[in-house]
Design a protein around this ligand. Structure first.
Ligand SMILES: CC(C)(COP(=O)(O)OP(=O)(O)OC[C@H]1O[C@@H](n2cnc3c(N)ncnc32)[C@H](O)[C@@H]1OP(=O)(O)O)[C@@H](O)C(=O)NCCC(=O)NCCS
Length: 321
């Protein structure tokens, strides 16, 4: 019997406060026209004072657990992806576990920036396939508003806060068209560490620092690497573009999504775009896209997810819903 990690629930949470491009234009030298034409972003959500990464994560987790119709007792692992944790340690996942009333199993964080949801899901897949865990809560959550430099117009306009969660459950499936995660591909190139990073951290400066980025370089690598990894995973699973029912890219920038889609020949009407209202929520962006459109995906449909982030790290995942 083959075990597959099947999506049985998903949900998300966006903080109440919305910051539009026009709002930003009152604070820094920018404009809605500049931001929208280069990124496709119109607005972003910002966590309230005192609203923590773990608070966002808990709300997304509850939404996903409700949809999956499971309770705290059913969850035997939490894998939380974030690079904006409540504290340097312990893991934010531990706090989320307590807030959700989950008493057993393992809960830990992973940091793979904007590719975090794919990295976390790949781990969930492995724990399920080996029979170690049955029901895993994967959360992608960020409060980038706390690490951007609000005076740096080249970066602060790009990011937003939010959380998304998915429940994966083990299902035995020996059919020719098993439902669940079919495969993933992960990459890292640490030589590109400096093109997107924070300029602080507990070890390097003992302060938190701010996000810094060479936007042009990130853009260039994003398009090339996302095209390569998408082609590679499709080939590995004998999938043609016409076999894909949905493409859910990491939502960093509408131009990256369009350029990648064009090179791959992906259908625009099947490519999810939420960056307009969410901006770049890093690890949360793919599960937040699911929050918006997951109800449209039919059982048995094929979904391609791809993402790239600081590291650089990038990856793709194919699943049958
Ligand atoms: C950031 C990004 C939108 C910038 O677009 P770009 O076309 O490369 O723009 P440039 O960096 O060449 O900047 C052009 C000009 O706009 C200015 N500018 C930058 N940010 C601005 C803003 N928010 N408002 C107005 N002007 C701005 C620059 O200062 C520059 O002015 P100059 O020519 O006088 O120096 C683009 O590089 C990008 O999307 N990169 C990928 C970023 C990303 O997605 N990162 C996360 C990946 S997970």
């Amino acid at each position: 019997m083959a075990l597959y990690a099947r999506v049985i629930g998903w949900g998300g949470y966006l903080p109440e406060k919305v910051l539009t491009n026009d709002d930003l234009a009152k604070q820094i030298d920018t404009s809605d026209e500049w931001i929208f034409s280069r990124t496709g972003i119109r607005q972003r959500h910002i966590a309230a004072e005192g609203e923590l990464t773990s608070d966002l994560a808990v709300k997304a987790a509850i939404a996903a657990m409700d949809r999956a119709k499971i309770t705290a007792d059913d969850v035997d692992m939490i894998i939380l992806s974030t690079v904006t944790p409540d504290n340097t340690f312990p893991a934010t996942a531990a706090r989320v576990q307590a807030k959700l009333g989950i008493k057993g199993g393992a809960a830990f964080d992973i940091g793979a920036a904007c590719a975090g949801f794919i990295y976390a899901s790949s781990l969930a897949n492995n724990y399920i396939k080996t029979g170690y865990a049955k029901t895993i809560l994967v959360i992608g959550v960020e409060t980038f508003s706390r690490i951007v430099d609000w005076e740096d117009r080249t970066t602060c306009v790009l990011f937003g806060d939010g959380a998304g969660a998915v429940i994966y459950q083990a299902h035995e499936d020996d059919s020719d068209t098993p439902r669940g995660i079919l495969g993933y591909e992960l990459h890292t190139d640490g030589r590109l560490y400096d093109i997107l990073r924070t300029d602080g951290g507990p070890s390097e400066t003992s302060s938190m620092g701010h996000l810094t980025m060479d936007g042009r370089e990130v853009y260039r690598h994003a398009v090339t690497k996302l095209v390569e990894v998408s082609q590679s995973i499709m080939a590995a699973h004998n999938l043609a573009v016409t076999d894909l029912d949905w493409i859910i890219p990491h939502q960093a920038n509408a131009r990256i999504i369009a350029a990648t889609g064009e090179r791959l020949g992906l259908p625009e009407d099947r490519t999810v775009l939420t960056v307009t209202n969410h901006a770049n929520t890093s690890a949360a962006s793919i599960p937040l896209a699911l929050m918006e459109m997951g109800h449209k995906i039919q059982p048995g449909e094929t979904v391609l997810m791809e993402a790239l982030g600081a590291g650089l790290v990038w990856g793709a995942m194919v699943l049958r819903w």
